[in-house]
Design a protein around this ligand. Structure first.
Ligand code: ZN
Length: 244
């Protein structure tokens, strides 16, 4: 079975729609969203409605989703991110808020352990290098863990005492060899930060034991216009074009 793993959609409906169309063409029949559904961009209700229409859906909360629903201290965010969280809280429909309120930053799925940040701290910690990844590998005895939060498509593997990390490239299959354990990040749908502005997501094929990250172009100018029209900070529009 093929499942699409998405993370950090951040209220970017154009990027989400492009990714969902691509995932359908890839034969995805299940969807996992690893949190940070809202924040930064201008379409929180549209993104939540689109996600709720998907079959076989597993949704996690990220730190932005928790902050919007009053379960995470907004003080930890920088000014621009905090302002976007306040804006989101004001425009969110009661139905969409209800969806976010029901989500947690960690879940167990048939595919593996799911966290937004890390196994050690699912809401906050960024798994950005092998030292941080090692702490998550040591914390629990999972075979496969999917995570988000860093906005960079990444694979960490643990084999014996050794932990390795690689950035996953567009369209390049990453085999999940027997005997090793893996932590996999699909990158960000709505605000990539690895210098590539294209939306990022991952297909996991459990029969072939392989993951592939795909980068998808979308109508970025439209998303930027919506950000500016909403009165959100212009930097949030600019960074979409640079992928930073
Ligand atoms: Zn995020």
């Amino acid at each position: 079975m093929r499942a699409a793993f998405l993370s950090d959609v951040h209220s970017n409906l154009e990027a989400l729609d492009a990714v969902l169309e691509h995932a359908r063409e890839q034969g995805a029949v299940a969807y996992v969203v690893l949190g940070d559904i809202v924040g930064y961009n201008a379409d929180p209700d549209g993104v939540i409605a689109r996600l709720m229409s998907l079959p076989n859906l597993t949704l996690l909360a990220g730190n932005h989703d928790l902050a919007v629903t009053g379960r995470f201290d907004v003080g930890i965010f920088n000014r621009i991110a905090a302002d976007a969280i306040s804006w989101t809280g004001e425009v969110l429909s009661p139905e969409a808020r209800g969806v976010l309120e029901g989500l947690e930053p960690r879940a167990e799925a048939t595919q593996g352990l799911l966290v937004h940040g890390s196994v050690v701290d699912p809401a906050i910690e960024y798994v950005v290098n092998t030292d941080v990844a090692r702490r998550s590998f040591d914390a629990e005895d999972f075979a496969l863990c999917f995570f988000g939060h860093t906005h960079v498509p990444t694979c960490f593997s643990a084999n014996g005492g050794e932990v390795n990390g690689t950035i996953l490239q567009d369209g390049v299959a990453q085999p999940l060899g027997e005997g090793a354990r893996f932590m996999l990040n699909p990158g960000s749908v709505g605000q990539p930060r690895d210098g590539d502005p294209r939306a990022s997501y991952m297909i996991y094929d459990d029969a072939e034991r392989v993951v592939v990250v795909h980068r998808v172009t979308y109508d970025l100018e439209r998303t930027q216009r919506k950000v500016l029209d909403a009165g959100l900070h212009p930097f949030l529009a600019e960074r979409l074009a640079s992928g930073r």
